[in-house]
Design a protein around this ligand. Structure first.
Ligand code: C5P
Length: 211
């Protein structure tokens, strides 16, 4: 059997990693998993079922029962779901439950592109190519603000604060913190259009796959 081709794309909120991961998956004919959705779904299910986000045991148990249709729940892309996700994501019990889910997804032929925070370091340490995508916080906040303000009234400073708080929580947690893997290529998209960023990501990944 041909081993699956796996590509890991990590980075902070609104760095462009989601768009890049989707385009990379198309380019190489792979499936794509936005792993942030798993944490967002666990937070949303906990909130609906009266489970405190801080309750590591109950949230971890709930994460073991996640099913694919949970990723289609309404409101998962909201700022509140993102905040909730970063709270449950700090529990080792939740991370352990979701680790199996992510690896099962990645191992199915022909392989997959996963984007998240700990894909290159923890979930797929043997991925054939790894990217860590970043951009200055104010540029990321402006991108997210433009996206969110299409559907509602939201202040830029609230979006920036939200991104900074989430970055700090994701980088500081002791279990699987957000960090660039030693063998990942760094891509800073601060001064790039999304088209340029996708092209540069493809160039870096081609370089890794052709080694
Ligand atoms: O990428 P997204 O903004 O949807 O992620 C939501 C939250 O889920 C992140 O802030 C992070 O706390 C958590 N997450 C994680 N590990 C991943 C993906 C997301 O801890 N692989």
């Amino acid at each position: 059997m041909t081993p699956s081709l796996t590509i890991a794309i990590d980075g902070p909120a609104a760095s462009g990693k989601g768009t890049i991961a989707r385009q990379v998956a198309l380019r190489y004919g792979l499936r794509h998993l936005d792993t942030g959705l798993l944490y967002r779904a666990v937070a949303s299910l906990c909130a609906e079922e009266g489970i405190a986000l801080e309750d590591a045991v109950a949230a971890g148990e709930r994460a073991t029962r996640l099913v694919p249709s949970d990723l289609e729940r309404e409101g998962l892309r909201s700022a509140a779901a993102g905040r909730g996700a970063s709270v449950v994501a700090a529990h080792p019990s939740v991370r352990a439950a979701l680790l199996r889910w992510q690896r099962d997804f990645a191992e199915k032929a022909p392989g997959a592109v996963l984007d998240g925070r700990d894909i290159g370091t923890v979930v797929l340490p043997d991925a054939r190519a790894k990217l860590f995508i970043t951009a200055d916080p104010d540029v990321r906040a402006a991108r997210r603000w433009r996206e969110l303000s299409e559907t509602r009234n939201i202040a830029y400073r609230d979006v920036l604060r939200d991104i900074e708080e989430r970055d700090a929580r994701d980088a500081a947690r002791s279990n699987a913190p957000m960090r660039q893997a030693d063998d990942a290529d760094l891509l800073d998209t601060t001064d790039m259009t999304i088209t340029d960023a996708v092209a540069e990501a493809a160039r870096l990944i081609d370089g890794r796959l052709n080694r």
